[in-house]
Ligand binder design. Structure first.
Ligand SMILES: Nc1ncnc2c1ncn2[C@@H]1O[C@H](COP(=O)(O)OP(=O)(O)OP(=O)(O)O)[C@@H](O)[C@H]1O
Ligand SMILES: [Mg+2]
Length: 355
């Protein structure tokens, strides 16, 4: 006796069909609509926005094959609903936000989390240094996008302010061969409270255009915590290569990580992977591993989102100390076990965003 056919079962199977060229599946991209079952006959609608005539054909073939492989399905009917991507004029009419490409920067990668305090800035700082590497041939920038509570100055041990180049543009600060900038630098203390929706868009675009980033291979954006308007506006305003989601292993953090994932799905930004921070604690005394916040959460969530688990970072005193001292651990102790974990994650990022 085979499992009864239900829309949930159909969707589950279709999660195995990837969008061509992406690691994401067509269900999580929200392309599958109106699943209907009539005896052994399954029908559904695929809603696609693409200018590439091959993509609908490839997806349709893969969907039909996936459906026909389900026991109990005798016939699969796929209705294609394909539209061309909106032109700039149409986007403006619909109120969509124009995305800013940052001149000279090959890949912009956002580091986000649903919940605050899970270690985004720590992960962003260490990944930036790991991506730079020790030969320093990879050019990396890091931008603190927290308008309310910037922390990169502390983590990189610099109080240096960016300076104006005299031509109305801003020269960022350099520290440990990383180009550093903070959105908070240009605001006075009273401004963040009044920055809302449309103003954040204008400010973000103006900010990104007015910084002399130079030629960069990677620019990491350390986002403020949460999935509110400001975060959505930032990820919608900048042309991103992808996003990394940082979480801790416990359920409350994972639920919020899921919200962050759906924020990126809304704006069609691929998720390059999940980083599980404070994964475990290795007791320096007996070498025993303690899963303080439970175990397996990051792995399960990565599988659910069908994205790689880029790293599991231990809860470690030296990581916190290094951050507080203004020298990220990957810079201070590049041969430590944790710095190596960040390097492995950076290798995976390089593979998904080649320069
Ligand atoms: N794996 C870790 N082990 C020990 N301490 C850590 C670890 N990760 C982060 N911390 C510490 O926890 C604190 C919060 O980390 P961090 O500022 O990176 O989080 P965040 O997600 O950026 O926070 P916010 O949401 O406020 O931006 C810092 O003091 C940091 O040094
Ligand atoms: Mg932070």
């Amino acid at each position: 006796m085979s499992t009864p056919l239900t829309p949930d079962l159909i969707l589950e199977r279709l999660r195995g069909v990837k969008y061509p060229g992406y690691s994401r599946d067509i269900v999580s991209f929200g392309l599958v609509k109106d699943v209907a079952i009539d005896g052994s006959r399954v029908s559904l609608r695929l809603v696609l926005t693409t200018a590439d005539p091959n993509i609908p054909r490839v997806i349709e073939d893969n969907v039909v094959a996936a459906l026909e492989a389900i026991p109990g399905v005798s016939e699969a009917a796929v209705n294609l609903d394909v539209s061309a991507p909106a032109t700039k004029a149409m986007q403006a009419e619909a109120g969509a936000l124009p995305q800013t490409r940052i001149e000279g920067v090959k890949h912009v990668i956002a580091v986000a989390s649903g919940k605050g305090g899970v270690g985004k800035s720590t992960v962003a700082a260490n990944l930036a240094i790991a991506l730079r590497g020790d030969t320093k041939t990879t050019r990396v920038g890091l931008c603190d996008c927290d308008l309310y509570g910037p922390s990169m100055g502390l983590m990189f041990g610099t109080h240096q302010r960016p300076t104006s180049d005299g031509a109305g543009r801003i020269d960022p600060v350099r520290r440990y061969d990383i180009v550093l900038m903070s959105m908070g630098f240009l605001l006075d203390d009273a401004t963040p409270a009044i920055l809302r929706g449309p103003m954040v868009t204008r400010y973000t675009q103006q900010f990104l255009r007015s910084v002399n980033w130079g030629e960069l291979d990677y620019l990491i954006l350390d986002l403020p915590p949460g999935t509110g308007d400001i975060q959505l506006t930032i990820v919608q305003t900048v042309a991103l290569s992808g996003a990394i989601i940082v979480t801790t292993p416990q359920e409350v953090a994972l639920i919020d990580a899921r919200k962050a994932a759906s924020m990126f799905a809304k704006v069609n930004v691929p998720i390059l992977g999940l980083v599980e921070n404070m994964s475990y604690f290795l007791c320096p005394g007996d070498g025993h591993r303690y899963d303080i916040f439970g175990s397996g959460g990051g792995e399960r969530e990565a599988a659910r989102l069908q994205v790689p688990l880029l790293a599991q970072i231990p809860l470690e005193m030296s990581l916190r100390e290094a951050g507080d001292m203004g020298v990220p651990l990957s810079q201070r102790e590049p041969e430590s076990a944790t710095a190596r974990i960040f390097r492995t994650a950076a290798d995976a990022l390089r593979a998904s965003c080649p320069v």
